[in-house]
Design a protein around this ligand. Structure first.
Ligand code: AMP
Ligand code: MG
Length: 350
């Protein structure tokens, strides 16, 4: 098993990408960076190779994988047709962090295991240079979910995921910390309307510049009830959650939010319980908690840092983690979608 680190992060050598591409062609798994999060990839046309992804992640068989491409021919080969609005979206946002759900061409092209037997397939063209080259050199579309054991936060740097995925992949391309830190926006076009199934870096506001109607699926912020049918199977699963109990508290009014967080902290402290607050840098001095972590200043910084911080939470041995909410405007929607899952729907808006 060759698991290799590049000793020059972000300057991975041509030969390393070529070697990784050969592993893909052989039916093996490669860990690689994209602009969103790390992916654990296999040849999307090879059923046996894709099976290895599900085993490595412990991923439910009914949760389909996104297929990553490096040119339009690869898209034409796997989808039934590309509509006008989809073409506009491709022109505007590809390569980039937008996954489009298309009708599948025929069941023989992309194996059923990739799409979890659905008639549709999710496709994305990443902009990260290493990802683009890897797909190009492999010469096949690469099926790749986020690189993490299912349920855990997605990997935004190799150090965070090496322990849980080491020995399960044949090659590791270490491109340093990923640019965005949250997974792609997943959308589906129906009757000239865009439905956001998973929010991400490409925001609702940006999509509204291209389409007249953009809807956010009710499960983006809402809980999935037992046996409820969902538009995107990934919505059903526990995700991003540390073992420590977490709670998200949000108010549009910053002072109110800080007061509420301090109120909950105070109640916990009276019971001799320890609290960790994860909040925006400018608020940290106002918190009473014994432990406070800076998540960043801008929404972009919060997106980039949040998964790494969630991964560290369990080492702190506190009784409660309170995470500041960020609202649902622009990138806030994607962050909130991840946070409410990390908190197992334990959230409060005041
Ligand atoms: P991940 O692989 O961790 O980035 O998750 C991929 C997400 O895309 C999951 O939430 C999947 O449910 C969703 N997805 C992938 N393919 C499809 C599809 N054909 N239809 C609906 N959702 C999809
Ligand atoms: Mg994932």
């Amino acid at each position: 098993m060759i698991s290799k680190y590049s000793d020059q992060k972000e300057k991975i050598k041509e030969e390393e990408i070529e070697e990784a591409a050969r592993e893909i062609a052989k039916g093996n798994l490669v860990l690689f960076p994209t602009e969103t999060v790390y992916g654990i990839g296999a040849n999307a046309l090879d059923e046996e190779a894709v099976k290895k992804i599900f085993i490595a992640k412990g991923r439910a068989q009914d949760n389909p994988l996104i297929v990553h491409v490096s040119n339009m021919q690869m898209v034409e080969d796997i989808v039934e047709s590309i509509g006008d609005l989809e073409r506009k979206l491709i022109q505007r946002f590809w390569p980039g962090p937008l996954t489009i759900i298309f009708q599948r061409k025929s069941k023989e092209v992309i194996p059923n295991i990739v799409t979890a037997n659905l008639d549709t397939v999710g496709v994305r063209m990443p902009s990260n240079g290493i990802a683009k080259e890897l797909i190009g050199k492999a010469g096949v579309p690469i099926a790749a979910p986020s690189a993490n054991v299912s349920g855990k936060p997605s990997g935004t740097k190799v150090e965070d995921i090496i322990t849980e995925l080491d020995g399960k992949v044949e090659y590791i391309l270490d491109g340093g910390l990923t640019d965005i830190g949250l997974e792609s926006t997943v959308i589906k076009v129906e009757d000239n309307k865009i439905n956001i199934l998973r929010p991400g870096k490409i925001t609702k506001e940006q999509l509204e510049e291209v389409a007249e109607e953009v809807e956010v699926d009710k499960h983006v912020l809402g809980r999935v009830e037992q046996n409820e049918i969902v538009s995107s199977p990934g919505m059903k699963y526990r995700h991003y959650a540390p073992n420590t109990k977490c709670m998200m508290i949000y108010s549009e009014n910053e002072e109110k939010m800080i007061n509420e967080i301090n109120k909950v902290t105070n109640q916990m402290q009276q019971e001799n319980k320890k609290v960790l607050v994860i909040g925006r840098k400018e608020h940290l001095d106002s918190y009473l908690a014994e432990r406070k972590w800076n998540v960043g200043e801008t929404l972009e910084e919060v997106a980039k840092n949040i998964f790494t911080l969630l991964r560290k939470v369990d080492k702190e041995q506190v009784d409660l983690v309170i995470i500041e909410g960020v609202g649902d405007k622009e990138l806030g929607l994607a962050i909130t979608n991840r946070l409410i899952r990390a908190c197992a729907y334990n959230y409060l808006e005041v």
